[in-house]
Ligand binder design. Sequence first.
Ligand code: ADP
Ligand code: MG
Length: 261
Amino acid sequence: MAKSIAIFNQKGGVGKTTTNINLCTYLATWGKKVLTIDIDPQGNTTSGIGMDKKNINLSVYDVIIGGVSPDEAILHTPIKNLDIIPSTVQLAGAEIELTEVNQREVKLKEAIKSLDDRYDFIFIDCPPSLGLLTINALAAVDSVIIPIQCEFYALEGVGQLIRTIQLVKKGLNPALEIEGVILCMYDGRTNLSTAVVDEVKNFFKGKVYTTMIPRNIKLAESPSFGQPIMIYDPKCRGAEAYEDLAKEFIKNHMKNRKEVI
Ligand code: ADP
Ligand code: MG
């Protein structure tokens, strides 16, 4: 049985895609069979992981809207053990097209059911919105990882994020859990970052990962080369942090924590 996780925060630019790419890469490199599904029309996971968008025939759009089997849309990435259902800009229309569709919230869930025994982990990179694509992701997964940017307005929007999770739990996916909260773009030199860390830990209690992701220029550069940080600069601080995070994720997974939100 695959464990499925959505990387979720309706704010843009908080580190969702960076976390998704690099968490997937480390887990795959350690021999786990990993699938990532890019449901952001911007397709940053798709390009950041090294896929050439010119060579994509079928995407997650065709799976969600077109009824295409996920098998047909799955591609191997340049990283061993890591597959992707890519996104293309076509997905931008999906939010509107979905409103016309029956069972529109569970299209992704239905589509990926058949993949359960093929992967250890399925990670879904969400778009920066609370629209139907995000709801499809939340309905389809076992848990969510929430990246939070260490900035002044860090907790702004978190109330709405929690309400969305609760709404999905009530109706579409009662078993949905918060897997963990990741503090991203941390700058230990500023009092602000330290204050944000305290605030977030206080809010999410035991859910915050011990590993924090520092602000690191190499992490910002690597997507333009289509390379996960492990390939772009495996020794930099950003790489070390994501490697530590992946270890912490696995450790928690093994413990199989069953905490309610
Ligand atoms: P999201 O998917 O939530 O929109 P991204 O992961 O794309 O966020 O990150 C937003 C921007 O910040 C990107 O340009 C990314 O390369 C950069 N970035 C992400 N994490 C870090 C980090 N720890 N240090 C420096 N830059 C980062
Ligand atoms: Mg993103």
